[in-house]
Design a protein around this ligand. Sequence first.
Ligand code: 4AD
Ligand code: MG
Length: 460
Amino acid sequence: MNRIKIHGLLQSKTPLDQVLVSGWVRTRRDSKEFSFIEVNDGSCLKNIQIIAPSTLPNYDEIQRLTTGSAVSISGSLVSSQGKGQSWEITATRISVIGLAPETFPLQKKRHSDEYLRTIAHLRPRTNKYGAVFRIRSELSYAIHSFFRDRGFQYIHSPIITGSDCEGAGEMFRVTTLDIKNPALNDRGLDATRDFFGKEASLTVSGQLSAEMFALALGDVYTFGPTFRAENSNTRRHAAEFWMIEPEMAFCDLSGNMDLGEELIRYLISHVLRECREDMDLFGNFVDKTLKETLNHILSSEFVRLPYAEAVEILKSSQAAFDYPVAYGIDLQSEHEKYLTETHFKKPVILHDYPKTIKPFYMRLNADQQTVAAMDILVPGIGEIVGGSQREERLDALQDRMDEMGLIRENYWWYLDSRRYGSVPHSGFGMGFERLIMMITGINNIRDVIPFPRTPGNIDF
Ligand code: 4AD
Ligand code: MG
């Protein structure tokens, strides 16, 4: 007996004897001589129809099968008489593995995304969320293939870190100090008595580690979880999210932009080709313009625009922004939306930002005012990628750290990379969830993460 996934069965070219499938009942209806059971095993969007003849010894039990129950079926795969499916299984044996009583929350009606978030442990059993998480899985695979094909090495950067990548706040502190009776000194918590002997946090980015490895292995990437404690309750921020961070030695900003553009196109094409059925669901039920938007991204040349010019475009637009635009401001999502959705109507790579709104490690341009930064904005999402050419000149980097009040000694190892065989290098971070949102048309980050973590939410 071959245990086969429904996805595999539905690809069959011939009828098959003696197949075994296991899954969960979606619906069941009875006729005089048969019970028809729709079963889904999560391997694909489609269910397989099971024909259970009334002659089966446990037919009574089968007639009590409810939505959500788990079953194993042995039988033969035969071509279907009914409409809407090519294959069905005539069962010779059905084992009831686990019943689901009527309280099972996913009955046939459609549920709101908000409600489904309250049952995040069960929502992957719906068509839509099954599709989301199959696509999330397929995209992870595609990311690794993309980099592997191009000779990048995969680096595991640490999750717990003693350095603050951006030199900014918003990190989750990691400590084993006793909250009720903490070791204190005159400045507060005494980190020297903490687990690591100094302050530790969850990482906000693997970049600094990736840089060290790029300067040894050439082209590298990280792909892992990152954490930010910013208290922003928006549809595109999560406290725990995954980031893809390539870093390339001997590469300038324009090579960095090329890679970002190529990666986005590659991943869209991959999913359109490999996940047709799931993508049809998003196109039909989540965003009717999805295919058009994605094909448009595939066929457009991304606009490359200096920050200063973007500010001029925004200032001369007729749009009413909540946040007024002036040179030197950090662009808000409404500004990003205007540029990519209204003005250019395609992806836009903004570059050369004022140094005052960017981290210390970005390479200072000849004008001494801007840095070699780039953000990629896409319609529907806004910023999906943030990156830069890194400051490879030791003096310039130290000056910048001093200006920003960062303590050099804390970054001694980072500075070493500029002391010994420093080279121009560049990289970026792509938000994995924002990528999934762009590809599926789902507009809330909470709905593309298995168990999302946002301010005030850590259930499951
Ligand atoms: O622009 P960010 O902050 O860049 C960095 O962290 C760099 N160190 C990356 C690098 O150069 N290696 O973040 C990169 C991307 C953003 O463009 C966005 O897509 C995503 O990460 N991102 C978030 N996604 C979900 N929730 C959040 N709170 C996010 N913050 C950033
Ligand atoms: Mg950014």
